[in-house]
Design a protein around this ligand. Sequence first.
Ligand SMILES: [Zn+2]
Length: 424
Amino acid sequence: MKLQPGTTVVKNGQLVDGTGKAAVPNAALVITDGIITYAGPAEDVPPAAEARVIDAKGGTIMPGLIEAHIHLTYFNVSELQDLDIKYPVEYVTLQSGVNAKTALECGYTAARSGGCLHNIDVWMKKAIEEDMIPGPRLSASGREICGAGGLMDWNPDYRRIGMEGIVFIVNGPEQARTAVRKLVKDGIEWVKTYPTGDAASPDINDHHTLCMTFEEMHAVVATAHNHGLKVTGHCRATEGIRNALKAGYDAIEHGTFMDDECLDLLLKRNVPMCPGLGFELFSVQRGKEFGLSQRVLDGHQETLEAGAESCRKVLKAGGTMGLGGDYGFAWTPHGTYAQELTFFVNYVGFSPLETITCATLGGAKMMGREKEIGTLEAGKLADVLVVAGDVLKDISLLENRDNLLAVMQGGVVKAGTLVKPASL
Ligand SMILES: [Zn+2]
């Protein structure tokens, strides 16, 4: 991805640097050749000749947001079967490109995939890195892995249409290894698995059901780690979280029913977690409009309450969390990602500063890129968000793209209302 040549100074705003430190009022950010060279009080800015200036208009200068569990290939999903290979790969790829552009315009300068159809993420990542299309810096997942009969294995056998566009259905460790080896060849970074079910499938694969055996999960981890890939999983049930942590998973998605033993295991290896929890509240609030049954809604309510409690425990214990999750359903369309932050403040009870730290540095840690992005500190890539207004007073400002004055990647202004995108 190209870097902005020359020097840019962003000033006249408070600095929320993403580290969790208190905001610096009247701050300035200096960027040289796409890299941050200074972030701090305006009065201490080193003099720079011929700098272009971006006026934050008394608002907030903060790191670009990081979506820690994005599904670029999902769109308008209202039931699990909509995740299936409903459209050809050509159409899903185009839609994913649109979603990537939308995410960037919403202030998300990086994103970690939570799984995709076909092998679109890997190529989307390349297209974004090469500036072919605009989008967040991406950590690519690929097709997912689920045990036979589990959450993702919904097509009855008599249809014989297979699920290879979205998921590998595995029976035993041998098939789990085979699936990972295919993903190794696909070039992905994160192997996404389904250790447990979900409230969305109340009959045979609900949120307390296991969808993979420990042996299958262990085989996935051993094969993936051998090739330098990381492993994560959709973990709701307590036993699924425990199995994942014991099998050596590198991250936990959701971590819903987290008991003290799981919390200890999580903290011992500092395994990051992406709760993806707003989805549960929005499903409860809007699911009826989209035909979700009362049993499914009740399951989401139970998941919501347990998930919120887990998040509070992990935060209190000093664990690492990224924010984001599962946008692309009919009631949580792409472009509404930042409502996750408002939800964490209003419903879960995180402070705005804690929420922003999770949504920036936390996401960068989940991507394994915290040395390059996630905070505004000297030496890091200038992935910056300039927001009209005080996001610590009103976090919901981030939900409205009209409040984003500038969205920058490597110092290049890619979106926002204040300045037109710069041409290199
Ligand atoms: Zn997901």
